[in-house]
Design a protein around this ligand. Structure first.
Ligand SMILES: *[C@@H]1O[C@H](CO)[C@@H](O)[C@H](O)[C@H]1NC(C)=O
Ligand SMILES: *[C@@H]1O[C@H](CO)[C@@H](O)[C@H](O)[C@H]1NC(C)=O
Ligand SMILES: *[C@@H]1O[C@H](CO)[C@@H](O)[C@H](O)[C@H]1NC(C)=O
Ligand SMILES: *[C@@H]1O[C@H](CO)[C@@H](O)[C@H](O)[C@H]1NC(C)=O
Ligand SMILES: *[C@@H]1O[C@H](CO)[C@@H](O)[C@H](O)[C@H]1NC(C)=O
Ligand SMILES: *[C@@H]1O[C@H](CO)[C@@H](O)[C@H](O)[C@H]1NC(C)=O
Ligand SMILES: *[C@@H]1O[C@H](CO)[C@@H](O)[C@H](O)[C@H]1NC(C)=O
Ligand SMILES: *[C@@H]1O[C@H](CO)[C@@H](O)[C@H](O)[C@H]1NC(C)=O
Ligand SMILES: *[C@@H]1O[C@H](CO)[C@@H](O)[C@H](O)[C@H]1NC(C)=O
Ligand SMILES: [Cu+2]
Length: 614
């Protein structure tokens, strides 16, 4: 929106220092952010407390040029909540400690404390920033981050650009949505009360006849994927998650939370009409659809402010019958070739299950991610020559240690009937394989059982696989991705549906820990935040600095149901008792499946649910 232009009031200070580095002009963009509660009523249905910056909400869009240094001094003025900021899609190459996820690369910023994010940006395209401490961004702490590139191949192809965010919206504060509990054994996700475009229920995107517009589309929601189209207009995709694509014609997109698409739209030559820009929620994701929930949002390509602003005519059924473009068919403009066969393969399966407290949790294999007692980056930095031993990062972060420059393949199978947009920090990755097909085939495997990837029997991989940082795992299907471990750091791989992350759907990659030790510097301010919360910043996942391999006292997931399960048992359950699984698993059913029982582990101290994702 002309939002970018109206940002002036949103921050206390924007200092712009110009310096000349060789032949490249790079500058430093600095912000002071005071993060506080403010009130907002974006859907016109209910005013509520939201997380604002410098007294304002919607939050400021961050705009930088490629090569710039971004310095954001974040002060936590919330009073009652911890915070931290993740710069989604930024590689943080050499600055792992600036990545933002609490208990992965830093301690949370406690109320009354600050953390200065400081990193250079050598990437281009459309990104976003959001809080990454427990469930915090659905309370409004998320916004676009745009990296302009004076060399972009499509710069000459448009006249003006707009940023369009899409989001689901909840009326309750996240802390009041107590949903991981026995009374919700299926783990049904909270259903939003509204959907927003640019933090409003409709927006007017003003266009002039004959001109071409660059629209940067970002789903900053917590849960729900959105279909996007503009009536009577097609468009060209030119960028996906920071990766330029060959211009690719499309008429509808399916955008999961955390994904971005940048498109070129050519305006018509006449100003007679305004055209609906439609964002329609994928209602298949919703457990229930309240009758008063408006599933779609109409904004307008506004050619003529005086003319009518008609509502979209297509129904949600029509929309879901349309065939959004399959991101695997896109071609990266830089023609990076398929990486060679992997040096390391990580093969994990998404499972939703109940634990002993009767609540629904999420697992990769048999582990529901539970945050360590020491932020994993600080474990790397304090562990000396133990850093390459995955044991020290704890059992419940499911760590994999990678060696520098290994080709890594992740095979992700879905034993669950929901789709999961998975995000990897620190990289984008090649989209090597996925099933079932996209668009109208997306839900195909729901009719049968989960289908696991078979490395000895798959279709051809693309020669120039598309790359992105958030990729959708289809219901009961799989995907295969590859990347090179050329970015030393502790990187979180997790489902970006915030509800699923808090159920434990994530794991850690510890990439080139020896190089992390060589290059990473942590500020005293960062350690002060740990001290203020009594969080240890040395030691293994159990904060043991004496015996690095002794994890006694580590944070653990809630105990299994009394019968207990082994990985083998769960996978067998998922892949053989599918119809029962589809029926969504009553607790008594587990007892009846005759799975070998396993010794129940001793209860973890403290509150497990509070220890989940930091
Ligand atoms: C942050 O904002 C709050 C509320 O306006 C104010 O009380 C506080 O002094 C501010 N703190 C800083 C460091 O700017
Ligand atoms: C940001 O990082 C650079 C490089 O490490 C350093 O020179 C600079 O002092 C830092 N600035 C702030 C405000 O921390
Ligand atoms: C868009 O334009 C219509 C017609 O002028 C107006 O009623 C509506 O308030 C505008 N919406 C916004 C968000 O400005
Ligand atoms: C970033 O921009 C440069 C220059 O325009 C381009 O060559 C490069 O391919 C872009 N990066 C990606 C990942 O698309
Ligand atoms: C608008 O008119 C120009 C010049 O006649 C033409 O090149 C262009 O294709 C037209 N645009 C559309 C969207 O019809
Ligand atoms: C939007 O939702 C309304 C009901 O909420 C429905 O009448 C209308 O057909 C829908 N439009 C689209 C484009 O899905
Ligand atoms: C790590 O280094 C210590 C001394 O610095 C040495 O005693 C120990 O054997 C080394 N451990 C490994 C696993 O190399
Ligand atoms: C990180 O930087 C190194 C050079 O310092 C480069 O080789 C590597 O490709 C970069 N990785 C990423 C993901 O940007
Ligand atoms: C998960 O399964 C592995 C392999 O069977 C086992 O070693 C590990 O203890 C299990 N972890 C949990 C948390 O049950
Ligand atoms: Cu998920």
């Amino acid at each position: 929106m002309a939002m970018a232009a109206s940002l002036g009031g949103f921050f206390l200070r924007l200092a712009t220092l110009l310096c000349l580095f060789q032949f490249v002009q790079a500058k430093t963009v600095s912000y002071d952010w005071n993060v506080t509660w403010v009130n907002a009523n974006p859907d016109g249905l209910m005013e509520r407390k939201v997380i604002g910056i410098n007294g304002e909400w919607p939050l400021p869009i961050v705009e930088v040029d490629k090569g710039d240094r971004l310095i954001v001094n974040v002060y936590n003025g919330l009073g009652d909540k911890d915070t931290s900021v993740h710069w989604h899609g930024m590689f943080q190459n050499g600055t792992n400690g600036m990545d933002g996820p609490s208990m992965v690369t830093q301690c949370p910023i406690p109320p009354g404390h600050s953390f200065t994010y400081n990193f250079t940006i050598n990437q281009n395209g459309t990104y976003w920033y959001h809080c990454h401490t427990g469930n915090c961004y659905p309370d409004g702490h998320r916004q676009a981050l745009i990296v302009h590139d004076k060399d972009a191949y499509f710069n000459e192809m448009y006249d003006k650009e707009y940023t369009i965010t899409m989001s689901d919206w909840y009326h309750e504060l996240i802390e009041d949505i107590n949903w991981i509990r026995k009374a919700n054994p299926t783990g049904a996700e909270p259903v939003p009360q509204a959907f927003l475009m640019n933090d409003m229920t409709s927006a007017n995107i003003s266009v002039k006849p004959g001109e071409t517009y660059l629209l940067r589309l970002i789903n900053v929601g917590a849960f729900v994927a959105q279909y996007f189209y503009i009536e009577d207009h097609t468009f060209k995709i030119v960028e996906v998650d920071g990766v330029y694509t060959d211009p690719t014609e499309a008429s509808i997109l399916y955008i999961a939370v955390a994904q971005r698409y940048t498109i070129l739209v050519e305006a018509k030559n006449s100003t007679e009409k305004n055209y609906p820009i439609v964002m329609a929620a994928d209602s298949q994701l919703l457990d229930t659809i309240p009758s008063d929930l408006q599933l779609n949002i109409t904004s307008w390509l506004e050619y003529n402010a005086e003319a009518a602003h008609p509502q979209a005519v297509m129904t949600v059924d029509d929309v879901s019958n349309l065939d959004p473009i399959d991101d695997m068919t896109l071609v990266p403009h830089d023609r990076m070739e398929l990486l060679t066969d992997p040096d390391v393969t990580i093969d994990v399966t998404v499972i939703m299950q109940n634990l002993g407290d009767g609540a629904g949790y999420a697992f990769l294999n048999n582990i529901s991610y539970t945050m360590p007692k020491v932020p994993a980056l600080y474990t790397v930095l304090s562990s000396g020559n133990y850093s390459t031993d995955a044991t020290i990062y704890g059992e419940y972060t499911q760590p994999t240690v990678l060696k520098k420059n290994q080709v890594v393949e992740i095979i992700l199978n879905n034993g669950d009937t929901g789709s999961h947009p998975f995000h990897l920090h620190g990289h984008n990755f090649q989209l090597v394989d996925r099933a079932p097909g996209y668009g109208e085939h997306f839900y195909d495997y729901l009719d049968g059982g989960p289908v696991a990837y078979d490395a000895s029997n798959h279709g051809d991989f693309p020669q120039y696989p598309m790359r992105r940082d958030t990729f959708i795992l289809p219901p009961q299907g799989y995907f295969v991705i590859r990347f090179v471990a050329d970015n030393p750091g502790v990187w979180f791989f997790h489902c970006h549906i915030d509800w699923h992350l808090s159920q434990g759907l994530g794991m850690l990659l510890i990439e080139a820990p020896e190089q992390i030790q060589e290059q990473e510097q942590v500020s005293s301010q960062a350690y002060d935040n740990c001290r203020a919360k009594d969080i240890p910043f040395e030691g293994n996942a159990a904060a043991n600095t004496k015996d690095w391999l002794d994890l006694t006292g580590q944070n653990k997931q809630v105990d299994w149901l009394p019968a207990g399960f082994t990985t083998k048992g769960i996978v067998a359950l998922v892949f053989s008792c599918v119809s029962a699984f589809l029926g969504m698993a009553s607790i008594s059913m587990y007892g009846a499946t005759g799975i070998e029982s396993k010794k129940v582990e001793t209860a973890a101290e403290g509150e497990n649910s509070a220890a989940r994702d930091g």
